[in-house]
Write a protein that binds this ligand. Structure first.
Ligand code: SF4
Length: 94
């Protein structure tokens, strides 16, 4: 059984970054008006989301494409699509 910490497992993955084509966008207006629990900050296994001065930021380059944030966002403030073909995460650890 592989007992590496999650951070080390994530470091094994490769990411093909599609510069200038973010596949995640946060609708700040909806987020600010409707969201009360900031679920995205807690559910993302890759820590893609952060809060800076009251704004939710998405560092989409490290996204694992699991879709958890879409399910967890209570206010539908996320626009999310898969990266274009040939881009995004490449799993190397099972
Ligand atoms: Fe994080 Fe998964 Fe959402 Fe990507 S799809 S931002 S890894 S929760």
């Amino acid at each position: 059984m592989n007992r590496l910490p999650v951070t080390e497992k994530l470091a094994v993955n490769k990411y093909e970054l599609d510069e200038g084509h973010p596949h995640i966008a946060v609708n700040e207006e909806v987020c600010r008006a409707k969201c009360k629990n900031l679920a995205c900050l807690y559910v993302c296994p890759a820590n893609v989301y952060s809060e800076q001065n009251g704004r939710i930021m998405a560092d989409w380059a490290g996204c694992l494409e699991c879709g958890t944030c879409l399910v967890a966002c209570p206010s539908d403030a996320l626009q999310w699509v898969y990266p274009r073909g040939g881009f995004g995460v490449i799993y190397r650890s099972g």
